[in-house]
Write a protein that binds this ligand. Structure first.
Ligand code: AMP
Ligand code: MG
Length: 293
C-alpha cells in the first residue's frame, strides 16, 4: 500500500472527514504483522536524516495536528527517537506567549522552521491559528479567513528555500478519544495528561471537524501536502506516517557531499604522519621509554 497516494488530501479537492474511517488499516491485518515494516521505515528515516544532515542543502518540516489524545506525542516518541539529536528538533505550540501574540501569527512558526540539513517536527503548529482560534472566535472571521492564503504563501516560501513540508492530521473517532481519556484516568502514569479543557473541547468536535476540513482542503498543495492518517489503531498510524516520511525523504535526491579536499594529497599527508609516528616510537623503544617499560 502506497500511503502517500492513498492518504493524501488532493490539492483543490474539498475534504469530507466523515468519509474516512478512523479505524482503517488498509490490507494490514494486525499490529504484529506491521511491526517489522514500521521498524524498517524508522531505520530508513534515521539513515536518511543522517544523509540530509551531511548533504546540507535541504530540510524537512513535519507538522502534526489532531484533536486531543489522537497520538501526536506517541508519533514523536515512536518514530523520531532514532534520529540524531544533532540535526532534529521538536517544537510544541502552546497558547501564544505575550511576545508571540504581539507579532503576526506566522512569526513563531517561521522562527522554528528548519535550517538546511535539519529535521523539525511541529507538535501543533501555525494551523492552530485557523483551528482553535476559529472555533473559539479568538479573532474575527475577517482575520482568520485570510490566513489560509497567508499560510500557503508562507509554506511556498519555505519550500522554495529548500524545505520539504509534510503535514499529518491524526484522525480518531469520538469513541476512541473517550477510551483514551479513560486510560488517562485509570493509569496514574498518565494522570498528568488530563486537562479540564479535554471535555469542553470535545463538545466542540463538530466545529473542529469543520475547521479541519476547511484548513486541510485549502492548504494541501503539491509541495506541502496534508495526509489524513486513520489513527484509532496506533500501529497503523505509526506505519503510515513512517512510510510517508521515509518515502518522501528517499525522493529528495539527498547525496553525500563531495570531499572538500584533494584526497590524494591528504592521503600522502596521512602516510607521512604514520611514518613519522612509527619512527618516533622506534626511537623511544631503543631508549627504553615505551609505555610498557
Ligand atoms: P497541548 O498540545 O495539550 O500541550 O495543548 C496546547 C494548547 O495550546 C492547546 O489547547 C492548543 O489549542 C493551544 N494553542 C496552541 N496554539 C494556539 C494559538 N495560536 N492560540 C490559542 N491557543 C493555542
Ligand atoms: Mg492536550
Amino acid at each position: 500500500m502506497d500511503c502517500r497516494k492513498e492518504l493524501v488530501v488532493k490539492p483543490g479537492r474539498k475534504l469530507d472527514l466523515s468519509g474516512i474511517d478512523p479505524s482503517y488499516t488498509g490490507e494490514h491485518a494486525s499490529a504484529e504483522a506491521a511491526q517489522g515494516e514500521i521498524q524498517r521505515n524508522v531505520s530508513r528515516m534515521d539513515a536518511l536524516q543522517a544523509l540530509l544532515y551531511a548533504d546540507g542543502r535541504q530540510s524537512l518540516l513535519v507538522v502534526l495536528q489532531a484533536l486531543d489524545a489522537a497520538g501526536k506525542d506517541g508519533v514523536i516518541r515512536h518514530l523520531f527517537t532514532g534520529m540524531n539529536p544533532q540535526g532534529t528538533s521538536v517544537f510544541g505550540f502552546k497558547q501564544p506567549s505575550a511576545e508571540e501574540a504581539a507579532h503576526d501569527f506566522l512569526w513563531r512558526a517561521h522562527q522554528r522552521a528548519p535550517a538546511r540539513g535539519q529535521v523539525v517536527v511541529f507538535n501543533r503548529s501555525h494551523y492552530e491559528d485557523v483551528l482553535v482560534v476559529r472555533v473559539h472566535g479568538l479573532v474575527p472571521e475577517s482575520v482568520w479567513s485570510k490566513r489560509y492564503e497567508l499560510i500557503c504563501d508562507f509554506e511556498k516560501m519555505l519550500t522554495d528555500n529548500g524545505t520539504r513540508i509534510l503535514k499529518f492530521f491524526l484522525h480518531i473517532s469520538p469513541e476512541e478519544q473517550l477510551a483514551r481519556f479513560r486510560q488517562r484516568l485509570e493509569d496514574p502514569a498518565r494522570n498528568w495528561k488530563i486537562s479540564e479543557s479535554d471535555y469542553s473541547e470535545r463538545e466542540l468536535w463538530p466545529a473542529y471537524v469543520e475547521a479541519y476540513e476547511e484548513a486541510l482542503s485549502r492548504t494541501s498543495t503539491r509541495e506541502a501536502p496534508w495526509y489524513v492518517v486513520p489513527a484509532n489503531h496506533k500501529w497503523f498510524r505509526n506505519l503510515a506516517i513512517s512510510q510517508i516520511i521515509a518515502d518522501t525523504m528517499d525522493a529528495m535526491g539527498l547525496k553525500l557531499p563531495p570531499a572538500r579536499v584533494d584526497l590524494a594529497e591528504i592521503e600522502r599527508k596521512y602516510h607521512a604522519a604514520a611514518a613519522e609516528l612509527r619512527k618516533a616510537r622506534e626511537r623511544n623503544g631503543k631508549n627504553g621509554r615505551n609505555h610498557n617499560g
